[in-house]
Design a protein around this ligand. Structure first.
Ligand code: HEM
Ligand code: SF4
Length: 575
C-alpha cells in the first residue's frame, strides 16, 4: 500500500511510477531468493544487486537510496527511521549526493526494505552503475532569497527522462547531474558531469547555462560551459544529444578515463561543443522534447505553499535572541535568508562535535520528521554537505524549534564552520578505502570544539576522502584531506584552496603526507596562518587566494601550533 506522501508542494508518484517501483522490488525479491538458495553465485548476483543500489562493503551489504533533488517528506523521514531500527543498526548515513545509505542490512531483509521504501514513493534504482544517477539540486530550492527559479521541476523532468532510459543505461561510466536555480551555486554544478544553472537571458527568458566535464575522483576537473543559454523547452533534446556524444565517444577501454570530463579534456571544448550541437540539430527535437502539458503537470507539483502574510522582522525571535546567546548563535549561523517575509531556512547540522558526519539515529530522524510537521510544512531537505534543511520555518517559531532540536542533540550551531566537516565513510566501511576518514573528522571536530573559536575562524570547509575516488569532495574544500596508504601506514595529504561554488577551483597539495595524529596540529597551523593574514571578515578561501599557496607551506613543518591571532571580526554578525 502506498502511503500518501505529504505535502503536496513536491512531486509524488503517479500510478505508473508506483507500479514500476513495486514490480522492480518483486523482481529483486526473486533474485535475492536465488542468491540465498545458492542458485546464483555472488558474481552472478552482483550486477543484479547493483541495479538496486545494493553494494557489498568491508563488513556488510550497504543499501543506497536516492532522495531525488534532496527533497523529503516527514513521512519518508519516518520510514527511514523505521528501516534503520527494524533492519539496520539504528542509524542511517546522509551522503554528499543527496542519498541515504544503510550500512548493515541483511540480504534476506533487503526486499522488505525496498517494499517499505516503495510504500513512501522511494527506491534505490540507479544509485549505482554506469547510468544517470540521482539528479541533485540546491538544497534551498524553492525558498532561497537569491533564487531565479526552482530547479526541482527540471530535476524531476530529468529524473523521469533518465529513469530506465534504454539508450543510457550502460554508459561508459556513471553520470552525475546537478541543477541550481539561484545566483549562488549551492549544488556544486561545476564539479558534476553535467551542471545546469537556471539563468535569465537579456530578454528575460528563463533557460539554462549548461556545464559539462566537471568531476572529482582521481582526475579532478572543473566543468566548462558548453552552452551559454539553452531555452527551457529544449532541455531534453539537448541532454539527449550530449549523452549520445558521450555514449558514443566516451572511453570504454579504461575505466579511469571513462568519465565525460576526460572526453571533454581530450576532445577539446570547441570540438565537443560542435559535436553536441551537430547531434542536437540532427535530432527530432519535437519528438524528444517534453510535452508542455507534462511540464505544466510537474511544475504544478512544486507550487509554493500557502505562506502566511507575516512581517519580516519577528519580535518573538528578536526577544529570544536577546535573552539567550546560544539561540542567538544558532540563528546567526544556521539560518539563511528566505524568499518569503517572516520565514527562514534552517540548517540542522548532522555534525555534532566528535560525531560521525552525516549520520542520524532513528530517534533523531523521528524528531526531524516531527519538527518538520510542526514547523516546516512536513518537508525536509538533504544537503550535499550532509546536513538536513528545514525549508519553511516561521521566524516566530524558531525558538520553539531550536529547543526541540537541542533536546535531540540536533542544534549544533556550526553550519559552514570548521567543524561542519564533510567526510566519506572511509576505511570504517568502504571496501575501496585506503585510509580512515571518519576518525580524522572526529579528531578535528574535537580540536575545534570551542564555539567562539569556530565563529572567530568563520566560514571554512574541511572535506575528507578515504581514497582517491574523492567521495568526500576533498578537492573542492578550503582544506581538503585525502587518506592514502603508504608502506602499510595511513598517510594524509592536505590540499588547500578548493572551492565548489561558481568560482570553483581544485585544491593544491600542500606537501608530503602526514600521519593521522599529525593532522589536527597541521590544521591548527593552517588556521593560524589564515588568521594572522586575513583582512577584516575575509573568509579562508579569499585570504588563501590573496596571499597564495606558499604562505601556508610552513604549516606542515612540525612544531608548536601558532595561537590564533585576535580577530577584528564582528562577533554579532551572521556568517
Ligand atoms: C560505499 C561505497 C562507495 C563506493 C564503492 C564508491 C565508489 C566511488 C568511486 C569508484 C568513485 C570515483 C568515480 C570516478 O571518478 O569514476 C566515487 C566518486 C564519488 N562518490 Fe563514491 N563511493 C562510495 C560511497 C560514497 C559515499 C558515501 C558518498 C557520499 C558521501 C559518495 C559520493 C561520491 C562523490 C560525490 C564522488 C565524486 C564525484 C564524482 O563522481 O566525480 N560515494 N565513488
Ligand atoms: S572516497 Fe574512497 S573510501 Fe571514501 S567512500 Fe569513496 S571509495 Fe570509499
Amino acid at each position: 500500500m502506498n502511503v500518501p506522501v505529504k505535502p503536496q508542494h513536491f512531486y509524488s508518484y503517479d500510478e505508473f511510477d508506483a507500479a514500476f517501483v513495486r514490480s522492480r522490488v518483486a523482481e529483486f525479491r526473486e533474485q535475492v531468493q536465488r542468491r540465498l538458495s545458492g542458485a546464483l553465485t555472488e558474481e552472478e548476483f552482483r550486477p543484479l544487486r547493483l541495479m538496486n543500489g545494493l553494494y557489498l562493503q568491508l563488513h556488510a551489504y550497504m543499501l543506497r537510496i536516492a532522495v531525488p533533488y534532496g527533497t523529503l517528506s516527514s513521512t519518508q523521514m519516518r520510514q527511514f527511521a523505521h528501516i534503520a531500527e527494524k533492519w539496520d543498526k539504528g542509524y542511517g548515513h546522509f551522503t554528499t549526493r543527496q542519498n541515504i545509505q544503510f550500512n548493515w542490512p541483511k540480504l534476506v531483509d533487503v526486499p522488505d526494505i525496498l517494499d517499505a521504501l516503495a510504500d513512501v514513493n522511494m527506491h534505490a534504482i540507479q544509485t549505482s552503475g554506469n547510468c544517470i544517477r540521482n539528479v541533485t539540486a540546491d538544497h534551498f530550492s524553492g525558498v532561497a532569497a537569491d533564487e531565479i527559479a526552482d530547479p526541482r521541476p527540471t530535476a524531476e523532468l530529468l529524473r523521469q527522462w533518465s529513469s530506465n532510459h534504454p539508450e543510457f543505461s550502460f554508459l561508459p561510466r556513471k553520470f552525475k547531474v546537478a541543477v541550481s536555480g539561484a545566483v549562488h551555486d549551492r549544488a556544486a554544478t561545476r564539479v558534476h558531469d553535467v551542471g545546469l544553472r537556471i539563468v535569465q537571458n537579456e530578454g528575460g527568458e528563463i533557460g539554462y547555462e549548461v556545464l559539462a566535464g566537471g568531476g572529482l575522483g582521481r582526475t579532478p576537473m572543473v566543468g566548462h560551459i558548453v552552452r551559454e543559454f539553452l531555452p527551457k523547452a529544449e532541455l531534453l533534446p539537448y541532454m539527449e544529444a550530449l549523452m549520445r556524444v558521450y555514449n558514443s565517444h566516451g572511453r570504454r577501454d579504461n575505466k579511469f578515463k571513462a568519465r565525460i570530463k576526460i572526453l571533454v579534456h581530450e576532445t577539446g571544448l570547441d570540438e565537443i561543443r560542435e559535436q553536441i550541437e551537430a547531434e542536437f540539430e540532427s535530432l527530432d527535437k519535437a519528438a524528444i522534447a517534453a510535452d508542455p502539458a507534462e511540464i505544466a503537470r510537474i511544475e504544478a507539483q512544486f507550487v509554493p505553499p500557502a505562506y502566511e502574510a507575516l512581517p519580516d522582522v519577528s519580535d518573538v525571535m528578536k526577544k529570544a535572541k536577546a535573552a539567550n546567546s546560544e539561540f542567538a548563535r544558532f540563528v546567526d549561523i544556521n539560518t539563511a535568508p528566505h524568499k518569503q517575509a517572516g520565514y527562514t531556512i534552517v540548517t540542522v547540522s548532522l555534525k555534532p562535535i566528535g560525531g560521525v558526519p552525516g549520520d542520524a539515529t532513528a530517534a533523531q530522524m523521528r524528531v526531524l520528521a516531527e519538527v518538520s510537521d510542526k514547523y516546516s510544512l512536513s518537508e525536509l531537505r538533504v544537503s550535499h554537505e550532509q546536513n538536513i534543511v528545514l525549508p519553511y520555518v516561521k521566524k516566530d517559531d524558531l525558538f520553539a524549534l531550536w529547543q526541540e532540536l537541542k533536546a535531540a542533540d540536533l542544534a549544533t550551531a556550526n553550519a559552514s564552520l570548521i567543524t561542519d566537516i564533510i567526510s566519506c565513510p572511509g576505511l570504517d566501511y568502504c571496501s575501496l578505502a585506503t585510509a580512515r576518514s571518519i576518525p580524522i573528522a572526529q579528531a578535528i571536530s574535537e580540536r575545534f570544539a570551542d564555539p567562539d573559536r569556530q565563529r572567530l575562524i568563520g566560514k571554512l570547509g574541511i572535506k575528507i576522502s578515504g581514497c582517491i575516488n574523492a567521495c568526500g569532495h576533498h578537492h573542492v574544500a578550503g582544506i581538503g584531506i585525502l587518506g592514502l596508504e603508504k608502506s602499510g601506514e595511513e598517510s594524509y595529504q592536505i590540499t588547500l584552496g578548493g572551492d565548489p561554488t561558481l568560482s570553483a577551483s581544485i585544491g593544491e597539495r600542500l606537501g608530503p603526507g602526514l600521519r593521522a595524529e599529525e593532522v589536527p596540529d597541521a590544521i591548527e597551523r593552517i588556521v593560524g596562518v589564515y588568521l594572522a593574514h586575513r583582512d577584516l571578515d575575509e573568509d579562508f578561501i579569499h585570504t588563501y587566494r590573496r596571499i597564495g599557496h606558499d604562505a601556508f607551506k610552513s604549516a606542515l613543518v612540525t612544531g608548536t601550533p601558532r595561537a590564533p591571532a585576535a580577530s577584528p571580526l564582528d562577533q554579532g554578525g551572521g556568517i
